[in-house]
Design a protein around this ligand. Sequence first.
Ligand code: GUN
Length: 286
Amino acid sequence: MTSNIIDGRAIAAELRGKVKDAVSKLESQPRLAVVLVGEDPASQVYVRSKIKFTQECGMQSVERRLPATATQEEIVETVRALNNDDSVDGILVQLPLPEGINSDAVIEQIDPSKDVDGLTETSAGRLMLGKSGLRPCTPTGCVVLAKSALGDLSGKHCVVLGRSILVGKPAALLFLEQNCTVTIAHSKTDNLPNVCRSADILIPAVGRPEMVKGDWVKAGACVIDVGINRVPHPNKPEKTRLVGDVAYNEAASVAGAITPVPGGVGPMTIACLLRNTVLAACARRG
Ligand code: GUN
């Protein structure tokens, strides 16, 4: 089977182009606020990218940085101030927050009309109930990528591997919304390789480097790899490299379509965040 590599960078660039067009038609620029607490290097890279692409799409960005020693109350106060700032359309609190901070309680403070990450109870509840609303960015990106490879997803068996709040659970609901038959598999699932092998669309989102082997993939299946894992470089001990949750070379020789890491799901997360920011701005302005 010759695999069709799904180019997440190109598809994300196309989506950002649409966002930029939509922004150019608005009377005033949408504004995205990003809250970054502490010095986590990966979070700093993600936030820099989010701000860069926000500005490239013609939107404004506001950054609120707090030290790793910030208290729960200080973080909550920062979110509340952004809620009350009418010039702010979207609020994103970069995760993970430092140890000792109750992330759920912080996220729950975000005004649902500004919840561009789609993580508040209101946003999650609306997704569960099939009502319109702001959807989580990474799972939305997975749907866009699967549709780019397969077109209509109706009737396909989608196996989501992982049950996190950020990806697994919302991904299952979003693929259900596309009329897929959805299985959520996880660490306690019996005979995991067999379950994965039954998937037309396989979405590994567990954060375990190269866990999904080539013989876990059905011939011709579409594989959307959400994992971004930093591992030691095999030949250069002083270096690291990024790998997904899928053993890419093995899986690519079996799959009909597959996302690389990096360059697959990652760029889509940011593009979907920018789209949510425009959607939030339009909804808030009526
Ligand atoms: N950290 C890793 N992924 C995400 C995401 O999608 N949103 C936020 N806020 N933090 C993250």
